[in-house]
Design a protein around this ligand. Structure first.
Ligand code: MCN
Length: 674
């Protein structure tokens, strides 16, 4: 590390340092890393297996032994580079006079960063202030603690002046966490008429060279527990190996574990449907958990909160004439054109989550969230929240929650996030938890404020609290709406405290810490149609339909925006994104010239629609929507391409479905060169 007064001087100084590296043998593939003779990264981790985690429910061995039909597939979940709009940055300023360290960090969870910095610098936690301003997006890559933030802090403590560091894009691709990277062996069994009876997996989940902050939870809790998807699969068995490889650490990237689970399940269902000669949509419908069975406990042991999976499927099929497309497809095939359709019915686990579960599974922190709602004398409101939105828009939606609750304009509310000095302890924005958990804290704090305002209104109106009703932005005695007290009037009276009810403290402010009783489980159906050019391997997306259910929507435009972004991100994974290492562990896709994120010109219009099934586990009834698009779109696209190429006998191609890979698969199927 070099500290200098300008970037240029730092770069020049760096050239003066000569490091003799002794190159060690590398292994970059998580499956190969476990094989005999593979170089071992850490001597205390034999075979590079950091952990083996198992999930089991029912009796998978019996189900497979008895099943008339089994399908098997090796699936590779390509390693991805999170590519947030801006790379990371950190600036630390230590004041030797007060012993206070202020650190500006591109963080999705400033309170976690404060804790980690306290552990690393040994400064007491209350002497550290972490500020996460607008961070340029994150997609999960700004959750972990990284060495850079600690290094600028140490440098500032040493020098007694502010020190900053800014990552460039190539550094970002090399050292900021990566996503996915599984090699999976999957088997699914069932009856000849479409009833799925068992699922079995063996997964090599790449962890990179070291375990990153949240890494072990991703292929396990957020992946293995979701093997039943929206279906009633009675027998499930999964073995997951967390494996060290000579690569950048893998951690939570949008969807984190659920895209991999949804992909393997939805891929297997298509293979199964093809093998038994049934329509893949009918096989899905036949196995969906019925809507009157919620809360529903799946074989992996978790309990889904609420759902109407058939409703979302029906809605998607109202938007898309499936029969008509099949007829067009048959006609096109006669003309030598290859059209395909992919349908995914999914559900996912988010709204993380009860803190008790976090503790039980070994996650080193809580999973509640918090809000302070402060009402000013003029009736304007600020909410200080524990979570840290970084592109999702809670500054708007949480203001809407409060404006609705208090009957005031949304412009009168401001939401403050990202400064540990101002905000209560929170656990961050990831796992589509912010609305279900932190939004619920906002709602509970708002209700506390309103309860107090009601007491003051009753006192001022010389009425019984029980006789008051809240209508048109006022508390008034039932039947006498003209004599009511508006929220603004009550805010003033509470803050000047000239005439408070006996025993009621001045001020109008409340704090809430909300810890949910369960996760939330959003769901939906996505449909995609494609045309594949069999001469070039080029995939053209014809239509994309996304029907999602995230419970009641606070802001439908933001919800649609999240679905659009998520779907496009998933299509990037399905079509062209892949981090590639050479055998020596050098990243070959280290710039945006080499790593292919999706471009607007390639992407379809995403047609969105929604069903609304409230969750019983939070006071807003909401479920998360920040990751649904990323989770559902990957199998939808890959299934569509495999459907298009079915006449050639192609049943599976590993993503990303680049023209080169699709073309090679077509050549192989036609008996040509590989
Ligand atoms: N919302 C709503 N009604 C609902 C549910 C959600 O109006 N029933 C709104 C929310 O209030 C919020 C947005 O939709 O404005 C997403 O909320 P939520 O589903 O609670 O998800 P989070 O805010 O927790 O976002 C996390 C999720 C994740 S895990 C990643 S990664 C991700 C994502 O969101 N990274 C993003 N979306 C992103 N969007 C942008 N622009 N940038 C990122 O880095």
């Amino acid at each position: 590390m070099v500290v200098a007064e300008s970037r240029a001087a730092a770069r020049d100084a760096l050239d003066l340092i000569d490091v003799d590296y002794e190159a060690l043998d590398a292994v970059v593939d998580p499956e190969k890393a476990t094989q005999k003779g593979a170089p071992e990264l850490h001597k205390e981790v034999p075979g590079n297996v950091a952990f083996t985690w198992k999930v089991a429910g029912g009796d998978a061995a019996k189900a497979f032994a008895e099943a008339p039909v089994t399908v098997e597939q090796r699936i590779v979940q390509n390693r991805l580079l999170p590519t947030a709009m801006e790379p990371r940055a950190a600036c630390a300023s230590y004041n030797p006079g007060t012993g206070q360290l202020t650190c500006w960090v591109t963080s999705q969870n400033p309170h976690i960063h404060r804790f980690l910095l306290s552990v690393m610098t040994k400064l007491p936690e209350h002497r550290i202030r972490v500020i996460a301003p607008e961070v340029g997006g994150g997609f999960g890559s700004k959750i972990p603690g990284y060495p850079d933030e600690a290094l600028v802090s140490f440098a500032s403590m040493e020098l007694g002046r502010p020190v900053k560091w800014t990552e460039d894009r190539s550094e970002n691709y090399k050292v900021t966490i990566h996503g996915r990277d599984h090699v999976e062996y999957v088997a699914l069994c069932g009856t000849k008429d479409g009833k799925i009876t068992g699922l079995r997996t063996k997964v090599y989940a790449g962890l990179g060279g070291y375990a990153s902050t949240a890494a072990p939870g991703i292929p396990t809790i957020l992946h293995g527990l979701m093997y039943s998807g929206p279906y009633t699969i009675p027998n499930i068995e999964g073995t997951i190996y967390g494996v060290y490889t000579t690569t950048t650490p893998v951690d939570a990237y949008r969807g984190a574990g659920r895209p991999e689970a949804t992909f393997l399940l939805e891929r297997m269902i298509d293979l199964y449907a093809r093998k038994i000669g049934l329509d893949p949509v009918e096989v899905r419908r036949m196995n969906l958990i019925p809507k009157d069975k919620f809360p529903y406990t799946v074989a992996t042991g978790i309990t889904y909160d609420s759902g109407n999976y058939q409703g979302a499927l029906d809605k998607a099929l109202q938007m898309f004439d499936y029969k008509k497309f099949r007829a067009e497809q048959a006609k096109a095939r006669k003309d030598g054109r290859y059209l395909g359709v992919g349908v995914t019915t999914y559900c996912e686990i988010c709204g993380l989550g009860p803190s008790q579960v976090a503790g039980a599974v070994g996650f080193g922190g809580g999973l509640y969230d918090s809000a302070i709602v402060r009402v000013y004398p003029t009736g304007v409101v600020r909410a200080y929240i524990g979570a840290k939105p970084h592109g999702q828009g809670e500054e708007t939606t949480f203001a809407q929650i409060l404006a609705d609750e208090f009957g005031i304009p949304v412009e009168s509310v401001e939401v403050v996030a990202g400064d540990t000095e101002a905000t209560p302890q929170g656990w961050g924005t990831y796992g589509s938890r912010t609305t279900a958990v932190c939004g619920s804290a906002v709602k509970v704090a708002a209700q506390r404020v309103k309860d107090k305002a009601k007491k003051i209104a009753a006192h001022l109106l010389e009425a019984n609290e029980a006789d008051l009703e809240w209508k048109d932005g006022k508390f008034a005695v039932k039947g006498s709406p003209d004599k009511g007290k508006t929220f603004g009037e009550l805010a003033l009276m509470a803050n000047v405290a000239w005439n408070m009810p006996p025993g009621v403290e001045p001020g109008l402010e409340a704090t809430a810490f909300f810890d949910p009783s369960n996760f939330v489980y959003p769901f939906g159906t996505h449909i995609c149609t494609v045309e594949v050019d069999v001469e070039t391997g080029e995939v053209t997306i014809l239509r994309y339909i996304a029907v999602d259910d995230c419970g009641p929507q606070i802001n439908p435009m933001i919800v649609d925006g999240q679905v659009h972004g998520g779907v496009i991100q998933g299509l990037g994974e399905a079509l062209q994104e892949m981090a590639v290492y050479d055998e020596d562990g050098q990243l070959l896709t280290g710039t945006m010239m080499d790593y292919a994120i999706p471009k607007a010109s390639q992407m379809p219009k995403v047609e969105t629609a929604h069903t609304v099934t409230p969750s019983p586990v939070n006071p807003l009834g909401v479920k998360g929507v920040g990751e649904t698009g990323t989770i559902a779109s990957v199998p939808t696209l890959v299934n569509a391409v495999c459907d298009a190429l079915a006449p050639l006998g192609i049943s599976h191609i590993d993503k990303p479905l680049t023209p080169a890979r699709v073309w090679a698969a077509i050549q192989q199927a036609r008996g040509g060169a590989k």
